[in-house]
Design a protein around this ligand. Structure first.
Ligand code: DQA
Length: 152
């Protein structure tokens, strides 16, 4: 039985496809989930893909990951820029976490330039669209190898 990687998505990401397609592209979250599961299959990783609009649910899932997952890929949506609770949960989970954003948050409004998640992430991928999720899974797969390095 393979230990899964949790791919967690925060608020409004369920609206992908219709939400500001000029920024986030035309793919739906279901499309991204399908790509993640397919990428995971190639990498030998079981992907547990979830989305919620609620900050506390993300905290619950990160706590769950601490005992059930090998790592986390997270797009925290707007909670990236506001949530001390997410930072605390990730710090406590002691798992490799890759932060992903579809858009380049540094090329957008100033309030998106700060992330509470980045200081506790093993790595950050942003601005590459949905492919960022696949790259994050590849990074975690690499980290699981004996000489892998995506720790923090
Ligand atoms: C986002 C960027 C955030 O600033 C924004 O609030 C989102 C999506 C992204 O994937 O580019 O909801 O995380």
């Amino acid at each position: 039985m393979t230990i899964p990687v949790f791919v967690l998505n925060g608020p409004n990401l369920n609206m992908l496809g219709t939400r500001e397609p000029g920024i986030y592209g035309g793919q739906t979250l279901a499309d991204i989930e399908r790509d993640c599961v397919a990428a995971g299959r190639k990498l030998g990783i079981a992907v547990d893909f979830r989305q919620t609009n609620h900050e506390g649910v993300l905290v619950d899932w990160i706590q769950e990951a601490a005992t059930k997952a090998a790592g986390i890929v997270i797009n925290p949506g707007a909670y990236t820029h506001t949530s001390v609770a997410l930072q605390d949960a990730i710090r406590a989970a002691k798992l490799p976490v890759i932060e992903v954003h579809l858009s380049n948050i540094f090329a957008r409004e100033a309030f998106r330039h700060h992330s509470y998640v980045s200081p506790v992430a093993a790595g950050i991928i942003c601005g590459l669209g949905p492919v960022g999720y696949r790259l994050a899974l590849e990074a975690l797969a690499e980290a699981q190898k004996p000489a892998g390095k995506a720790k923090r």
